[in-house]
Design a protein around this ligand. Structure first.
Ligand code: G3H
Ligand code: 13P
Ligand code: ZN
Length: 331
């Protein structure tokens, strides 16, 4: 068992408190390998942004739980190296924790935050499972994200064909009974690169968000499925042998509005996948004789870094907020 504090990580408490008062959201970027992690840390060091490094159950299976835990620790040290010793507020977070045992294992591996995704369960069962995780995680000061409402698309193994929007009437009851530190809600975002059908207006229900904020003022809200699916990447992919049809994401203007209210954490994974794939496909097309992974992973990592830095500045508004969070953490 290792505690996250010994790894130099922070939980989400101070960063969310600052995000609420400062009108920004903390970026929650998924990673599965070293290049993605390097790009995230480089971008956040450049923009002086706090960051939540997200690991899904699938990422743990792909990369190995021990390796990911050491990559999380490496992020802390690398951030110090890039910032003249100051460092960044970094959370290592389990994304879409499927059950109590996975959450417990992550706490034991040094994660500073976990999500228990009980959103596909009936309401009472979601409360029961979430409460169990909160009671365990809080013993170690690890913060917990719960979820109410179901996003359209794929929530891990569970296929939700249509959204079940979060019911504003339920949030006070759910948060009170479970003791979660933050709540993921369903207001029209969805996972993956195909969020809307052609002809559909790509809009999220900011009115439901407002209702929820009225019921729980100052409580940290999380938005999953928040990739914007940049069309320049879709174009590069398709021009270089790919075949992505009707890939549509969430407008960045809507995410900016959400980040200014009680939305404290915005989850982005698919956009990173698109950025890397676009850069690699183009590289392969331009250099058919190259075969050293460092050759094509270098532009892929560079493109990722550029995209994350832009998101921090223009969408999340998290740039420049690292020092005040470090100070609140006594670092
Ligand atoms: O919301 C899910 C994340 O994008 C993680 O995806 O389960 O394929 O790692 P994954
Ligand atoms: P996207 O697929 O929109 O990037 O969402 C990622 C996410 O919600 C991770 O939990
Ligand atoms: Zn998600």
């Amino acid at each position: 068992m290792v505690n996250y504090k010994d790894l130099g990580l922070v939980n989400t408490k101070a960063m969310f408190a600052k995000a609420i008062t400062g009108g920004f959201a903390v970026p929650a970027y998924n990673f599965n390998n070293m290049e993605q992690l390097q790009a995230i840390v480089m971008a956040c060091a450049e923009t002086q942004s706090p960051v939540i490094l997200q690991v899904s159950a699938g990422a743990r299976k792909y990369a190995n739980a021990t390796i990911l835990r050491y990559l999380g620790q490496a992020a802390v040290e690398y951030a110090k190296e890039l910032t003249g010793g100051k460092g960044l507020p970094i959370t290592l977070h389990l994304d879409h924790g499927p059950d109590f045992d996975t959450c417990k294992s992550c706490v034991e591996y040094g994660f500073s935050s976990v999500m228990i995704d009980g959103s596909h369960h009936p309401y009472e069962k979601n409360i029961e499972e979430t409460k169990k995780v909160v009671e365990y995680a809080h013993k170690y000061n690890v913060t917990v994200e719960g979820e109410l409402g179901v996003l359209a698309g794929v929530e891990d193994d569970v296929k939700a064909e249509t959204h079940t929007y979060t019911q504003p009437e339920e949030v006070v009851d759910f948060v009170g009974k479970t003791g979660v530190d933050s709540l993921a809600i369903s207001i029209g975002t969805s996972h993956g690169a195909f969020k809307f059908k052609p002809g559909q207006t790509p809009k999220i229900r900011l009115d439901i968000l407002d209702e929820i904020v009225k019921k729980l003022p100052g409580f940290p809200i999380v938005l999953h499925g928040s990739s914007s699916v940049p069309q320049e990447y879709v174009k590069i992919i398709n021009e270089n042998g790919g075949k992505l049809q009707d890939a549509i994401g969430i407008g960045e203007d809507q995410l900016r509005l959400a980040a200014k209210s009680a939305v404290c954490k915005i989850n982005i994974d698919s956009d990173g996948r698109l950025a890397m794939t676009a850069a690699i496909r183009k590289y392969f097309n331009d250099h058919p004789d190259h075969f050293d992974p460092r050759q094509y992973l270098t532009p892929a990592r560079e493109e990722l870094k550029k995209m994350y830095a832009r998101k921090n500045r223009e969408v999340l508004g998290s740039d420049g907020h690292a020092p005040e969070i470090l100070a609140a953490e006594g670092k």
